[in-house]
Design a protein around this ligand. Sequence first.
Ligand code: CO8
Length: 258
Amino acid sequence: MAEYTSILVEREEKVGIITLNRPKELNALNFQLVNELADALEEFDRDEAIGCIILTGSGEKAFAAGADIKEMADKSPIDMLLGGFESWGRIRKIHTPVIAAVNGYALGGGCELAMHCDIILASENARFGQPEILIGVIPGAGGTQRLARTLGKYRTMEIVLTGSPINAKELESLGLVNHVVPQSELMNEARKLANKIAGQAPIAVRMAKEAVLSAFETSLEEGLDIERKNFFLLFATEDMREGMRAFIEKRQAHFQGK
Ligand code: CO8
């Protein structure tokens, strides 16, 4: 594992855990942190032994309270362009499923980062929001798009135009948060879910993630094509033979990632 200064990286068997680690700044996302995060996610993505990644924040107050306003305050458009924004694109392209364990504030870039993940678990005290409008800007890492595609136009407009926070329970009822749990249970629940995913046939998991994400980026026709091709492709894997044989023989399947 590479050396990181703004994140903590651990592995527990098939699960990789990344913790945003600037607790005094409520894990505000400076460029260094986002670059490190992209590096660490890619490192886990290359590791065939890792079947799922959990992303969380250190401390009890925040997942991430947004991009680092102190770092951004004096920047020019060119500084922002050259400052490492491509790391967000790298995070978006991770093939391994990523679970966000949102343990407090997920605001601005923090909310956008949670939405880059594939499943969002939240503690009861978690607060989400896109407060950029309050400091004279707008979301810049996908907030307007991912919220609109999940919640629809009207709720998204209110969130983006008022900057008001939303609690985890409300987002659970709107379908953006998968489950809300007590803070003391959050990492246990994330581990349980991560281990369940990491125990599935790895190539099927990858194909499934790709197919679901294509629903955000293609027409229904193209998305159905991607799903069907991935489905057919899985008939070339040993894990597909093993999974179906195990069902017929009434035993547990042993997947090898081949
Ligand atoms: N950036 C920098 N520092 C921050 C941030 C932040 N986003 N959030 C909190 N901090 C710092 C505070 O300045 C404070 O530091 P200090 O002790 O040195 O004064 C420390 O963290 C603790 O914060 P508070 O004292 O404010 O804690 P409170 O409990 O009173 O309030 C809040 C917590 C409500 C979360 C409050 O801190 C807050 O409103 N933070 C800012 C939230 C925000 O506006 N986020 C959006 C930022 S813009 C953005 O995310 C654009 C994304 C674009 C794409 C990404 C590009 C990289």
